[in-house]
Design a protein around this ligand. Structure first.
Ligand code: NAD
Length: 501
């Protein structure tokens, strides 16, 4: 059996797609090569390629290889500046093939090619950002008097595992691998079984950039088997997980029951956007509709899917939001330049989202736009962008993360009322506030229980600012200098210079 397969991308470009495990600088079949799973094109529902599935025993082998790489002199003795240079080289190499990565990502994840290019640019940007950090990771120095000196060393953790969701495969892999490697760790990546291709395709670029073998390792596999094996592995030092809250809980439990490995959890959300009467209407509508709600087929953890609009502007906002949805959120093939909204990731997600829409109707929410799946005979996992209005707090739609194009708009009167409603959720990932009044904005920023607050924008992210949530949206932060804390541990050093006992 081969470890790669030739696939033809929608543009006609043929590539050699790796389909197997990557460690010790090459691709390997799993111990049981008969165990396989397919990845599917969400736009057609048809299989793209079959992958070899890593099982628990394969996880053991890959972790062993990663441990050896971590302890090797080649990696341990590399200067921090040289680690940064390797990451800069990696970014340059990925940039040369940016369009291949983008097309592959679009094919596997159902996102438009235009948005996939932005994702790949983000991946390149984040690699460069942490390449720059590699030789600036410093501890503290304490002048404690003539007899003692104290210092802290910020040391790598060792073997880190990244477990990824399906929605931003390459970009989120780089959010994790770039800071992990900049800090001197090695990494094992488990991509989502729904979107494994770009992360596997990336593997040989580490070779070309000059990284030692097994600093970067990838295993195609399933969460219940390979993910669970990584989470409970005694020789894995860290799990950096992005995915649902339910899976996050399992990973915490596996860590607690095994070696208490460090865990960072970036989980789900049900984030509010709050539009006050004095907001700039046109901007509030564009940000909440295009970026806060329907970006990436509405499969974004920080989407602001509960929109609270103050009563004085409510009718005008609803009318403008309807117009923006109908005119801008064009549903279609990811390869069509006019498409804004492609298919959802899978048949299961398609069914789940349509069920939520039916529940919303039954519970009395009013459909303003959409409310349907694909038309009869259409292939692919398409759902019409759907907007419900006059939503009430107790409705299922207002409480559950849907991860699909279902938006809920509700009315409010006072700042106290909207703060209570906005914070009344198990999640705390993001929140958006639209107002021209700096005092209102400032009060909201302080009172909203969320890891990220957008003032007069939504769906925003910057490499320099931390990304992550409060409450059941997880803990730990990615991006910015904050991610460095997730991949290092401080060592306190007590220098006794002249204390005699
Ligand atoms: P998911 O939880 O179903 O799967 C995520 C990953 O976990 C997959 O790679 C899967 O194989 C693995 N997994 C499944 N069971 C496992 C187990 N028992 N042990 C270890 N690993 C296991 O999530 P998904 O459907 O891929 O992604 C959607 C979810 O991710 C949404 O809830 C979304 O909000 C969240 N998300 C959060 C962020 C963030 O930064 N907070 C970003 C993107 C997505």
């Amino acid at each position: 059996m081969a470890t790669s397969s030739s696939i033809t991308l929608p543009s006609g470009l043929k590539i050699d797609q790796p389909t197997s495990l990557f460690y010790n600088a090459s691709f390997h079949l799993p111990l049981d090569p008969t165990s396989t799973f397919p990845t599917v094109n969400p736009a057609t529902g048809k299989e793209i390629v079959t992958l070899n599935e890593a099982k628990k025993e394969d996880v053991d082998l890959i972790v062993q290889a990663a441990r050896k790489a971590y302890e090797s002199d080649e990696w341990q003795d590399l200067s921090s500046t040289d680690r940064g240079k390797l990451l800069f080289k990696l970014a340059d190499l990925v940039e040369e093939d940016k369009h291949i990565f983008a097309e592959l990502e679009s094919y596997d994840a159902g996102k438009t090619v235009a948005s996939a290019i932005l994702d790949v640019e983000e991946a390149i940007g984040v690699i460069r950002y942490y390449a720059g950090w590699a030789d600036k990771i410093v501890g503290e120095s304490h002048r404690m008097g003539p007899d003692k000196h104290g210092e802290t060393l910020h040391e790598p953790l060792g073997v880190c595992a990244a477990i990824l969701p399906f929605n931003y495969p390459l970009a989120l892999a780089c959010w994790k691998l770039a800071p992990a490697l900049a800090c001197g760790n090695v990494i094992v990546v488990l991509p989502s079984p729904e979107t494994p291709l770009s992360v596997l395709y990336l593997a040989p670029y580490f070779e070309k950039a000059g990284f030692p073998a097994s600093v970067y390792n990838v295993l195609p596999g399933k969460g219940m088997e390979a993910g669970a094996a990584l989470s409970s592995h005694l020789d894995v030092d860290k799990i950096s997980f992005t995915g649902s809250t339910a899976t996050g809980r399992k990973i915490m439990e596996a860590s607690a029951k095994s070696n208490l490995k460090s865990v960072t959890l970036e989980l789900g959300g049900k984030s509010p956007a709050i539009v006050f009467d004095d907001a700039e209407l046109d901007q509030a509508v564009k940000w909440t509709c295009l970026y806060g709600m329907f970006l990436n087929q509405s499969q974004v953890c920080s989407s602001t899917t509960r929109i609270y609009v103050q009563d004085g502007i409510y009718d005008a906002f609803v009318a403008a939001f309807k117009e923006a949805t109908l005119s801008s959120i064009i549903v279609g093939s990811p390869n069509d330049e006019s498409t804004f909204h492609g298919p959802l990731i899978s048949k299961a997600q398609h069914t789940k989202v349509l069920d939520f829409i039916e529940t919303g109707k039954k519970e009395g929410a009013k459909v303003l736009v959409g409310g349907e799946g694909a038309k009869e005979g259409e292939e692919g996992f398409y759902v019409q962008p759907t907007v419900f209005v006059d939503c009430e707090p107790e409705m299922t739609l207002m409480n559950e993360e849907i991860f699909g194009p279902v938006c809920c708009i509700a009315k409010f009167s006072t700042i106290e009322e909207v703060l209570r409603k906005a914070n009344d959720t198990q999640y705390g990932l993001a929140a958006a506030v639209f107002t021209e009044n700096i005092r209102t904005a400032h009060r909201m920023v302080r009172k909203l229980n969320a890891g990220m607050v957008f003032v007069n924008s939504s769906g925003d992210a910057s490499l320099q600012l931390p990304f992550g949530g409060n409450k059941s949206s997880g803990f730990g932060r990615e991006l910015g200098s904050y991610a460095l804390h997730c991949y290092t541990q401080p060592k306190a050093v007590h220098w006794n210079l002249n204390q005699r006992v």
